[in-house]
Write a protein that binds this ligand. Structure first.
Ligand SMILES: Nc1ncnc2c1ncn2[C@@H]1O[C@H](COP(=O)(O)OP(=O)(O)OP(=O)(O)O)[C@@H](O)[C@H]1O
Ligand SMILES: [Mg+2]
Length: 307
């Protein structure tokens, strides 16, 4: 069976508020799945339900064919969770925190493995330090080390790089890719769309508790692949001439630039714009073309979903 996690018709309400409404989602073995969505969309709630930290109002979740409620222990053991909030501030040392967490899942102590994990997170030299002596970024890394301590098959990362500096973010991306190579299935939430663009095999977008889209990242980027071409004029244009009237062509920056959005390699309109400019002897200094990023696609989808 290819699906490691199966979420079926999951709903979760807090009082009268529906944090999740009828969410169904399969996570494939070995993939990196990125869950995107605005603040309050339900990302953390979905993760909490899958990890058994909160009980769903309706629906069910199976991990490796075990139900997360009736077989809580079996399923929880498979999971490493890196929570969104920094929960700890204790006198315990970095090393003991990891070894203790490993023990909680019934695993015998493994000095070599824990040191290897700490090393991969650049925490080895801090192993004897008490947690309150760590910086914010180090605490976040410790959360990851702790989540990995019992050698889980599935890793949930809830905004793993929030508040982490750029260099460290790149290191964490590498660590996540390496875990995937070792066969760990990874589900991450992030507000850095670039992160999803870099790491994910598939992307899910959640908005107001509803899963609005699940797609292969590559397909998503292909399907919504649009280019914006900006032509910088040497002289301002007051209004767009009738000949150029098209929903994909607009005047921007007070008439100093023409913007043209084209889909999937179509370029007829660009030719007509250039022909028109040359006929009217309007000079231009620059033509720039940029591809839509996953961020543009995300914003477009959220906007569509809200209307
Ligand atoms: N324990 C709780 N009690 C009451 N309401 C809750 C609780 N946990 C979450 N909610 C509500 O459920 C909704 C979804 O919250 P959730 O934390 O899942 O969002 P999120 O997508 O993780 O957002 P963020 O990007 O800000 O982390 C929100 O409206 C939130 O207020
Ligand atoms: Mg959250």
């Amino acid at each position: 069976m290819n699906n490691l996690i199966s979420v079926s018709n999951l709903s979760k309400s807090f009082g009268s508020e529906n944090a999740l409404s009828n969410v169904s989602l399969d996570i494939k073995r070995g993939e990196i799945f990125a869950l995107l969505g605005p603040n309050g969309a339900g990302k953390t709630t979905l993760i909490s339900c899958i990890c058994g930290l909160t009980t769903q109002t309706a629906g069910n979740i199976r991990i490796n064919n075990y139900d997360t409620i009736s077989n809580f222990r079996e399923t929880r053991k498979l999971i490493g969770l890196v929570p969104q909030e920094l929960p700890f501030d204790s006198f315990e040392s970095v090393y003991n925190t990891c070894q203790f967490s490993r023990g909680l899942f019934g695993m015998t102590p493994n000095d070599v493995y824990i040191k290897e994990v700490l090393k991969s997170l650049s925490l080895l030299e801090k192993k004897d330090l008490q947690i309150f002596g760590l910086s914010g970024g180090m605490k976040r890394r410790l959360l990851i080390a702790k989540a990995l301590s019992h050698e889980p098959k599935i890793l949930f990362l809830d905004e793993p790089t929030a508040g982490v500096d750029v260099a460290l973010r790149k290191d964490l991306w590498e660590l996540i890719s390496n875990l995937k190579k070792k066969g760990v299935t990874i589900i991450l939430t992030t507000h850095y769309i670039e992160e999803a663009e870099q790491l994910a095999d598939r992307v899910g977008i959640i908005n107001s508790g509803k899963l609005v889209l699940v797609k292969d990242k590559a397909d998503l980027m292909q399907e919504f692949n649009k280019k914006s071409t900006i032509i910088t004029l040497r002289k301002k244009m007051q209004r767009l001439s009738k000949e150029l009237k098209d929903s994909n062509i607009s005047l921007i920056e007070s008439g100093n630039k023409i913007k043209y959005i084209s889909a999937n390699g179509e370029s007829n309109n660009l030719q007509s714009i250039l022909n028109y400019l040359s006929k009217e002897k309007i000079d231009y200094s620059e033509i720039n073309t940029v591809n839509n990023s996953l961020e543009d696609i995300f914003l477009e989808l959220i906007e569509k979903n809200e209307h």
